[in-house]
Design a protein around this ligand. Structure first.
Ligand code: MF3
Ligand code: CO
Ligand code: CO
Length: 264
């Protein structure tokens, strides 16, 4: 059997890790407000993961990353480094990306938060990006291809005159943070590997209000839009089941009834 397929025991551990990562995002919500620094958010998440959950924040020291979560504000696409100099202000949009390791297995998830009241345009970007993720989740089942996932995301983004980031993608996940396969957020329906029950991977579309081009800042982590326009991202870790998908990082605030109502 392919190494991409998890055993029942591994899936149980992935469920636990996924739930813990989701719980961190639910916990941090009330702290995301005007005047707070992204370093304060990092410290609260770090302490919660380590002291309350008895888990490990996977980003800390991962390939030299210096913090326990990623905080990506406005034109930052991903991998923003928390800093006591970055104070959230009214109208910001921020992605908080949490990855925990529990009992050797990873759970990886991110969501967007509004700080005060962002512009209607910013709110629309955030909503459409979440729709991109949800439309892709609705396709997942054995036989669906990676190209099907990329195509539905690209189609919905471009229909709203947004663009899809190319350089960063979703990934297989398990004992290893980033493993095969790569999950591109663009592509052609019917192309690429067919999904099989027991695969676990992330889908984490990064959608830009302007062009898809990216720029890496001199800190060698922070990825920003080349045109300095806004970017948004939502991420879940998922399991392919015999009949469809299980969202391992689902939060109580989310309504996934659209997954069970879909046509057989
Ligand atoms: N959580 C990110 C992802 O979704 C990866 C962050 S790697 C880090 O894959 F080193 F920047 F933390
Ligand atoms: Co990820
Ligand atoms: Co992530």
């Amino acid at each position: 059997m392919s190494t991409l397929i998890k055993t029942a025991e591994e899936i149980d551990k992935m469920r636990v890790a996924g739930r813990l990562a989701a719980d961190v995002l639910t916990m941090i919500g009330e702290y995301v407000k005007v005047g707070v620094s992204t370093e304060t958010l990092n410290q609260i998440c770090h302490d919660y993961i380590v002291n309350v959950q008895g888990a490990i924040p996977a980003p800390l020291n991962y390939r030299g990353f210096p913090k326990s979560i990623c905080t990506s504000v406005n034109q930052v696409i991903c991998h923003g480094i928390p800093s006591d100099k970055k104070i959230l202000k009214d109208g910001d949009i921020i992605n908080v990306d949490v990855t925990v390791i529990k009992d050797g297995y990873h759970g990886d998830t991110s969501k967007m938060f509004f700080v005060g009241q962002p512009s209607i345009l910013a709110q629309r970007l955030v909503r459409v990006t979440q729709e991109c993720l949800y439309k892709s989740l609705a396709l997942v089942r054995p036989g669906c291809t990676l190209g099907d996932i990329g195509a539905v995301i690209q189609q919905h983004a471009q229909a709203n005159r947004y663009s899809v980031v190319r350089e960063y993608c979703g990934h297989g996940i398990g004992k290893v943070f980033h493993e095969e396969p790569q999950i591109l957020h663009y592509g052609k329906a019917g192309e690429g590997m067919a999904l099989q029950a027991g695969m676990t991977f992330t889908i984490e579309p990064m959608i830009n209000a302007g062009s898809h081009h990216t720029k890496l800042l001199p800190d060698e982590w922070t990825v920003v839009t080349k045109d300095h326009k806004l970017s948004a991202q939502w991420e879940h870790t998922i399991l392919v089941t015999d009949t469809g998908v299980e969202i391992l990082t689902a939060r109580p605030e989310e309504d996934f009834t659209f997954l069970t109502e879909r046509a057989a």
